[in-house]
Design a protein around this ligand. Structure first.
Ligand code: ZN
Length: 326
């Protein structure tokens, strides 16, 4: 199977292994993508490309709702571990960030880049807060999604060099996501038992994926407050990586054995996915690395035109006419 060797040398998903007769621990290589809901599509594109400097790697529609954009941002090839995607829903009616939700998405940047980013974000009009003893910058995107840039030794990704951020400062990959739930132990157990995450030394609320020195950690915090609900400015789901279809089926079975309801495998064109709701009520996905974002466009032209799956091509003119401008 073809692989992005440069990337996988560092972040290779380890194969499933059965370590004992009772424990079945899979070894996730971390976060695959994060999907959130935006308000205005053009403001979203401007922020993630012009301010954060990510590559606009795919402009397509929500396959389940073709009147809505599905916008993908990431590194040079939109590799798993770097992909942030959005459904722009127009307005924020009904949206609420709260417990049973994702409170923060953090990207890894080189430690020496933090000063650059503080200046860049501030001069873009953002309120920036220092966190983690000066090792992270916190801010929000135009719809209020909590973001952070965290100093970390990121995996050897290939950041987008065609954007406005100098290559030495670019976002490298996801650093972590923060889950806010009522009973954090139940969520932590699932992350450890099914995905092989382990608590970080000296910071047990932070779970680190196996086989991954850099990105894709999960922080689980307790919050008994008001429940989050989907709408602009709220994360929709987080996807974790699996090595391939065989491992995906094993995860599907392991989740089912745990009493969780899991979807059948869904073909998302760029990856194959299963979805389930974890015990803290956050929607999660398990997605394959292959075939990747370059399956339907040349890599040098990713994200430049609207791409539709074949079954929607006959409706291209209608779809293009109703999508909001980018
Ligand atoms: Zn997804």
């Amino acid at each position: 199977m073809a692989r992005n060797l440069h990337y996988d040398q560092v972040r290779a998903p380890r194969p499933f292994s059965c370590e004992s007769e009772t424990a079945m621990t899979l070894h996730s290589a971390g976060i695959h993508h994060v999907t959130a809901i935006a308000g205005n599509a053009a403001a979203n594109r401007r922020f993630y490309t012009d301010v954060l400097g990510l590559r606009f790697v795919k402009r397509t529609v929500n396959f389940d709702d073709p009147g809505t954009w599905h916008l993908y941002y990431g590194d040079e090839l939109g590799r798993p571990g770097t992909l942030m995607t959005f459904f722009p829903w127009g307005n924020g009616a009904g949206a609420r960030r709260g417990t049973r939700g994702v409170m923060q998405v953090a990207f890894a940047v080189p430690e020496e880049a933090l000063g650059y980013w503080r200046q860049r974000l501030t001069s873009s009009g953002l309120e920036v807060e220092e966190a983690e003893g000066g090792r992270a910058l916190r801010f929000a995107d135009p719809d209020g999604i909590g973001l952070a840039l965290t100093a970390a030794s990121p995996p050897d990704s290939e950041p987008w060099a065609g954007g406005p951020v100098p290559p030495e400062h670019t976002i490298r990959a996801f650093h972590s996501v923060t889950f806010s739930v009522r009973e954090p132990d139940r969520t932590r157990e699932l992350m450890q038992d099914i995905f092989g995450y382990t608590p970080a030394e000296g910071d047990p609320a932070l779970l680190i994926p196996s086989g991954n020195a850099g990105g894709g950690a999960v922080r689980v915090v307790e919050d008994a407050g008001t429940r989050s609900s989907w709408g602009a400015g709220v994360v929709h789901h987080v996807a974790f990586r699996c090595a391939g279809s065989a491992e995906q089926e094993q995860i599907q079975q392991a989740l089912t054995d745990r009493g969780l309801r899991v979807t059948p495998i869904v073909d998302r064109r760029y990856f194959k996915s299963i979805y389930f709701t974890e015990p803290g009520s956050i929607l999660l996905e398990v997605a394959t690395d292959q075939p990747g974002m370059a399956i339907d466009e040349p890599r040098e032209a990713l994200g430049e035109r609207l791409v539709l799956p074949t079954w929607l091509e006959p409706q291209r003119a209608t779809i293009e006419a109703q999508l909001p401008p980018l």
